[in-house]
Design a protein around this ligand. Sequence first.
Ligand SMILES: Nc1ncnc2c1ncn2[C@@H]1O[C@H](COP(=O)(O)OP(=O)(O)OP(=O)(O)O)[C@@H](O)[C@H]1O
Ligand SMILES: [Mg+2]
Length: 288
Amino acid sequence: MFKHLIKRANAVIEALPYLTKFNGKTIVIKYGGAAMQSEELKNGVIQDVVLLKMVGMEPILVHGGGPEINKALRRRGLEPKFVGGYRVTDKETMRVVQKVLGEKINQQIVSLIKKAGGKAKGFYGKKGRVIKAFKYWKKDSEGNKVDLGFTGQVGGIRYRYLNKWMKLGYIPVLTSIGVGKRGGIYNINADKAAAAIAAYLKAEKLIMMTDVLGVLDGSKLVSEINTYRAEKMIKSGSISGGMIPKVKSCLYALRKGVKTAHIIDGRLPHAILLELFTDHGIGTMVRK
Ligand SMILES: Nc1ncnc2c1ncn2[C@@H]1O[C@H](COP(=O)(O)OP(=O)(O)OP(=O)(O)O)[C@@H](O)[C@H]1O
Ligand SMILES: [Mg+2]
């Protein structure tokens, strides 16, 4: 008589061991711009994050917005430039980044969380000054410094301040715009920012949500990757573009004591729940 209801109750009960395991644990989720394309998907991701908070975990959302920034730049007649997966950020690009990431996407995510019944607090750039930054000098293959303009690197995280908001029941939503010592702002690769936050907060998990199944070798999904294989694949060029900072950031977080790091497909409905509440795991698990 209540068969379908009992089935539903069973599905909830199956999550119990995972709920126990992850209770009170910090889960840093990088939500890539590439996986933000449809409203339906966005809502699904947000619902997952709100659910995690409601069942006693501590999710933190760090978002990117690459495709939206590129669109906005092109509308202004500017061509997006990247070196080894890192954006070259001149003054005009920084203005666009601040507008698109900070003012638009950050606020959008915060209001979606509120709509889904959660409490959210948005931080970007000078708002909260959560991410401390300094200029990032990239090195090319010959070791020469490459000037990426206002592209920055994480110098520190005000994690106690973040913790304070989390304790008050808020889900922090962070844009990867950091503030320098002299008050200047820097555009930071969101994967790197997420990894730094996970490291400072000693997170249980770092989840990178992107627009591919995970790390691919040709067309095949690599379900587990370690430092050795990652370096080999980056050298050979089979890992390129935005996947380079993603894999490197996962490895960095693991070295700093984050327990696990995953690269998963944000296009898959409820990918976060699948990753957290099933044994199977999806996407690529990164190992030291
Ligand atoms: N070996 C690989 N496996 C999977 N994806 C790869 C690989 N090499 C390069 N890529 C590229 O990396 C991209 C993901 O990184 P990208 O920076 O574009 O997205 P994101 O980080 O999710 O979003 P955002 O940068 O907006 O935060 C994939 O869409 C794919 O084109
Ligand atoms: Mg990226």
